[in-house]
Write a protein that binds this ligand. Structure first.
Ligand code: TRP
Length: 331
């Protein structure tokens, strides 16, 4: 039986946090045997906010190396850079004519980013969900593992697929979301009711995958806890709950097991244990990423064979789309 197609992508902008690891990349590894996976580095999405060109290029390779260091196997999956497959831009243009300005203006992320980048509310920022729909629909994707913040974008991708199919006949598979459960919601260490974010201005709020051991441990030591001294995951204790959740995600234990382990212990000892556990998991990933980054030739080969495979799959869908909408494709 043919495997179902799974698609996901991460933008090469900003430093990835431990939330990106537990909520996305680590799950991708678990899924790569059961699905035909396409994993992209979404650099076309990244330029909707200003990027330093040299940095964008560097981060693209860093992200590629990170995927592989985390266990994404480029032999099993199609790992590629979005801009190297021109069909993404081409399909976006077609889908643009089926998407309404009002729909895009109502998107939560567009409103948030417009507020944050008021000096640069560009067309790309507004069109971001259509490009994401093109990403997904080009590969006849069935499953899209995403974090909760991307759910609205996935809904729009489904709406656009249905709209196209209704107007021109069955063309796109309508994708399903797959909202990650375990470790999906890692909160800020400083304001534990907020999501941990790549772009938080408070540098102690987020733990980055690139943080060295001392930095990781220091950030956890400074993490906000709650009043009282019990180490229990309850609604009144968002700080402690978040730390327990992180500990569970990084140790492979359940939250209940973690609660038992730290029963009667103090916050200081608990926070140190969480920091050390996270640092222990990150160390080999960082070492492997560094090793891979020293081998640009290998990374280049991975990405060019990934782009080639993606290109072939994408060309098939785009050619069908062009036929359906009446674009001349030669005799
Ligand atoms: N917008 C997604 C994010 O920032 C990244 C992304 C781009 C994506 N294209 C995608 C995710 C297609 C899933 C499917 O997280």
């Amino acid at each position: 039986m043919e495997k179902k197609v799974l698609y996901s992508a991460v933008q090469p902008s900003g430093n990835l946090t431990i939330g990106n690891y537990t909520g996305a990349i680590r799950n991708w590894v678990a899924l790569q045997d059961s699905y035909e996976c396409f994993y992209a580095i979404a650099n076309m999405h990244a330029i909707t906010v200003r990027q330093e060109p040299a940095e964008l290029r560097r981060r693209t390779l860093e992200l590629c190396a990170l995927y592989i260091a985390c266990g994404v196997d480029p032999e099993k999956c199609t790992l590629y850079v979005q801009s190297q497959v021109p069909q993404h831009a081409e399909l976006t243009w077609v889908l643009n004519s089926l998407t309404y300005v009002g729909e895009m203006e109502r998107m939560t992320q567009f409103k948030d980013k417009s507020a944050r980048h008021a000096e640069n509310i560009n067309m790309g920022l507004m069109d971001y969900p259509v490009l994401m729909a093109a990403d997904i629909l080009l590969y006849q994707t069935e499953i899209v593992p995403v974090g909760i913040d991307q759910r609205q974008h996935l809904e729009i991708a489904r709406d656009i697929a249905v709209r196209f199919n209704n107007r021109y006949g069955e063309t796109f598979r309508v994708p399903e979301g797959y909202i990650m459960k375990a470790g999906a919601k890692i909160a800020s260490l400083q304001e534990p009711t907020k999501k941990m974010s790549k772009s938080d201005e408070n540098l102690n709020a987020s733990v980055f995958l690139s943080d060295d051991r001392d930095t990781v441990i220091r950030k956890f030591k400074r993490a906000v806890t709650d009043s009282g001294n019990e180490i229990k995951a309850t609604e009144e204790k968002p700080g402690v709950s978040n730390l327990l959740n992180i500990y569970a995600a990084f140790s492979g234990k359940t939250v209940e097991e973690a609660e038992r382990e730290f029963e009667g212990k103090g916050y200081g000892e608990f926070k140190l244990a969480v920091g050390e556990t996270v640092a222990d998991v990150l160390a080999p990933v960082q070492a492997e990423q560094k090793r891979l980054l020293a081998d640009k030739k290998y990374l280049g080969e991975v990405l060019s064979s990934g782009a080639e495979r993606a290109f072939k799959a994408a060309r098939k869908t785009l050619s069908k789309v062009y036929r359906k909408i009446g674009f001349y494709q030669g005799e």
